[in-house]
Each structure stands twice: as C-alpha cells, then as structure tokens.
Design a protein around this ligand. Structure first.
Ligand SMILES: C[S@@+](CC[C@H](N)C(=O)[O-])C[C@H]1O[C@@H](n2cnc3c(N)ncnc32)[C@H](O)[C@@H]1O
Length: 227
C-alpha cells in the first residue's frame, strides 16, 4: 500500500468538537458498541456480511458527517446493509441518534479512516459507494490529501462489484474538475451521470445545504465499475 494511504489517518484534524450531550453520550455508551465495526487484528480479508443480521447488498459511505444522508438511505432501503465511516466523534454521535430515533437496524459504523476498513475487505464486496462533499483541500500543497486520487482509487475500485455505482458530490469548483478528470481517466469506471441537477433519489447532506445557502452549485457524479 502506498505511503499516501497509510499516512492519511493524520489528515483529519480534530476528532471531537463540542461536548456531546448526556442523552447522546448515553447512546454512545450503550447503542454504539452494538453497531460499531471492529476490524480484524491480523492481516486477512473479511466479508462485510459478517457485521449484519440480514444477508444483503452493502452500500458504503465515506465521511458521513452528521449521518443524515446514510440514515435516510437506510430507512428508504431496509433491504440494503449500510456501512458508514467517520472519524469525527460528534458526527458519529449524531448518526447513532438518528439510528435510535428512526429505529434503523441496517447501519454499521466505523469511527475512523474509511481506508482502514476498505483495506481489510474482500474484493468485489460493495454494491454502492458514496463520497459526499469530501474535504476539498483547496491549497495546492494539500492536494495530495484529497480522497480522489489514483492511489486511493486503486484501493477503492477493486472493492466494488461489477456494475456497482460510485456516487459523489462536491460544491468545490476546483475539486469538481479534479474529480471528473481523475474518474474519467480510469478504464475500470464508466461515467453514468455528471450534472448540477440533483437526482431525486439522493438524500440531502448538511454540507450540501450549507453550500447551496452560500450560493455554491454542487456537482453530482455517478460512475460505474466496468472491469
Ligand atoms: C466536508 S465533510 C462532509 C460531511 C458530509 N458528507 C456532508 O456532506 O455533510 C467531510 C467529512 O469527511 C470525513 N472524512 C474525511 N476523510 C475521511 C476518511 N478517509 N474516512 C472517513 N471519513 C473521512 C471528515 O471527518 C468530514 O466529516
């Protein structure tokens, strides 16, 4: 694995912001341990099915923020298993709260770097992959921290099943161009959608709402694994 992937854990910044309220802390102490993902200590590959009660296709979200997107998807698709990854404690507590309030049983959470999870998964085990409003790292010297780049795509794409969708959105103009260019360059992906008109089956996220309120136009992309 490249240096870039192994060093990426350092690039998150703060893992906790505001103190977590008592009610959410109670959920973190009681519900979270029952739905959080533990990775194998030894170096072998696992199938994500082991984390769920039902056998079903697995959809994966990197950086779910407050978790509103993955929670809504999970309610709309009870016959899908969801894995969400987010290092930020307040975001994890927010998703655990959605899970409790909406009686969701088909989400599992990894609090940490999505790349660590992906590294431990079998190839061709994910049916859909979401990257919503990833950190844009606007400064040129930080571009190497962007999630979309060849080293990371070389890790992610083999985990997708054939025809699985890779769905992305970003409001950041230079990252929009960067994403499109990197994804179009790949022979293992086919472009399905590239639009500023949001598809109707796509739940909102907190960052998206903020971006639109501040006058930025998110770009929505769907690519499909073809080989
Ligand atoms: C700009 S925020 C967007 C949050 C959310 N997707 C939304 O649209 O509201 C990006 C999020 O991705 C998370 N993140 C960045 N790199 C990640 C990684 N490698 N694995 C998991 N989460 C990551 C950050 O902690 C942050 O919460």
């Amino acid at each position: 694995m490249s240096d870039l992937v192994s060093k990426s854990t350092r690039t998150f910044g703060r893992r906790q912001g505001r103190p977590i309220k008592d009610t959410k802390q109670q959920l973190m102490d009681e519900l979270f341990p029952t739905i959080s993902i533990e990775l194998p200590e030894v170096d072998y590959l696992i199938n994500p099915d082991i984390y769920f009660d039902q056998k079903a296709p697995v959809w994966f979200e990197v950086g779910f923020g407050g978790g509103e997107h993955i929670a809504q998807l999970a309610v709309q698709h009870p016959d899908i298993n969801f894995i969400g990854c987010e290092p930020f404690m307040n975001g994890v507590a927010s998703l655990v709260n959605h899970i409790q309030e909406q009686h969701i049983s088909n989400i599992r959470i990894f609090q940490g770097n999505a790349l660590d999870v992906l590294k431990s998964f079998n190839h061709e085990c994910l049916s859909r992959f979401y990257l919503m409003f990833a950190d844009p790292w606007p400064k040129k010297r930080h571009h190497k921290r962007r999630f979309i780049q060849n080293d990371i795509l070389n890790l992610v794409i083999p985990k997708l099943m054939l025809n699985a969708e890779f769905r992305l959105a970003t409001d950041h103009e230079s990252y929009q161009q960067w994403m499109v260019q990197h994804l179009r360059n790949r022979t293992d992906l086919k472009e399905v959608l590239c639009t500023f008109d949001k598809p109707t089956d796509w739940p909102n996220t907190r960052y998206e709402a903020k971006a639109i309120e501040e006058g930025r136009k998110p770009l929505y992309l769907i690519f499909q694994r073809v080989q």
